[in-house]
Write a protein that binds this ligand. Structure first.
Ligand code: GDP
Length: 293
């Protein structure tokens, strides 16, 4: 997971680890390497620049501790700043029942799989989930959601005769409520790229179902495009969270990490495999440590 970014950071910091005395010069060298490491791992250039400035500012104001070498101290600062970059504060979903969650994202990002993963996880936390199939353009997507629902014993609402997504959303919501369901997850359609018609459809669906959470499901291998995708969806529907998928893959991951920094939308969950249980809450501190190796 994120091996490439980890490797690059580790080598950037290697020279610093043993340093007994931190000079402006060796710090500048190391930070330059950190910046290169971030950029080559697809971190957005604005984020990389800001990150290095933040580390420098934090290091300048700090007294050198006796207990650690200056090299270790700067690595600690980098760790803290990386945790900040990945997200501070709560990544929890709103604590209410019924809870309505709309999943959005590009085609193939993992929306359908993640909808089922989230439903299953929340069921363990005492929710009664239902899934609403709003991806009306690909019958296979409806089949996929139904199969997952059957396997996990989660009811799924489908309407194969209609292409009226807001109407399907509204009827699905009523159907779920009538069944006493208190977690209603709407799986929406994606495209290979941002598509204005599709975005407008999601905006209309949002108005109709009034979701409490709008989660962008994003493939961690998305590359530099990730930031644009996140910003576009955020401008259209005001995201409340990001789910990073496929962190088990060989993604460079940096662009996905930039999504939080640029949009200020927290990363709330992560997908770490195709299986339904390969899903977890996102922990910025653990991720920062993993990246630093
Ligand atoms: P959608 O088009 O956004 O609904 O995407 P799908 O849910 O159909 O997922 C696309 C593919 O990605 C499927 O083959 C999933 O099994 C796979 N997938 C989803 N999440 C993950 C993940 O976290 N790790 C891995 N390795 N594969 C995933």
């Amino acid at each position: 997971m994120l091996e490439s970014l980890t490797d690059r950071m580790t080598s950037a910091l290697r020279n610093l680890r043993g340093v007994g005395k931190l000079s402006e010069e060796n710090m500048a060298d190391a930070l330059k390497e950190v910046r290169t490491a971030l950029l080559s791992a697809d971190v957005h250039f604005k984020v990389a620049r800001q990150f290095v400035e933040d580390v420098k500012a934090a290091a300048t104001g700090q007294e050198v501790l006796k207990s650690v070498t200056p090299g270790q101290q700067i690595i600690k600062i980098i760790n803290d700043e990386l945790t900040k970059l990945l997200g501070e504060g709560s990544t929890a979903l709103k604590d209410k029942k019924p809870l309505r969650i709309m999943m959005v994202g590009l085609h193939g990002a993992g929306k359908t799989t993640t909808s089922a993963k989230l439903a299953k996880r929340m069921a363990k936390n005492g929710y009664l989930p239902a899934l609403i199939a709003c991806d009306v353009y690909r019958p296979a997507a409806i089949d996929q959601l139904e199969t997952l629902g059957q396997r996990e014993e989660i009811p799924v609402y489908t309407d194969r005769d209609s292409k009226d997504v807001p109407k399907i959303g509204r009827q699905g919501l009523e159907w779920a409520k009538a069944q006493g369901r208190d977690l209603i997850i709407f799986d929406t359609a994606g495209r290979l790229q941002i598509d204005e018609n599709l975005v407008q459809e999601i905006v209309k669906l949002k108005k109709e179902i009034q979701p409490d959470e709008i989660l962008l499901v994003a493939d961690s291998a998305l590359g530099q495009e990730a930031v644009n995708v996140a910003q576009h969806f955020h401008d259209a529907v005001q995201l409340t969270g990001i789910v990073l998928t496929k962190l088990d893959g060989d993604a460079r991951g940096g662009a996905a990490l930039s999504m939080k920094a640029i949009t200020n939308v927290p990363i709330k969950f992560m997908g770490t495999g195709e299986k339904i249980e390969e899903f977890d809450v996102f922990h910025p501190d653990r991720m920062a440590q993993r990246i630093l190796g």
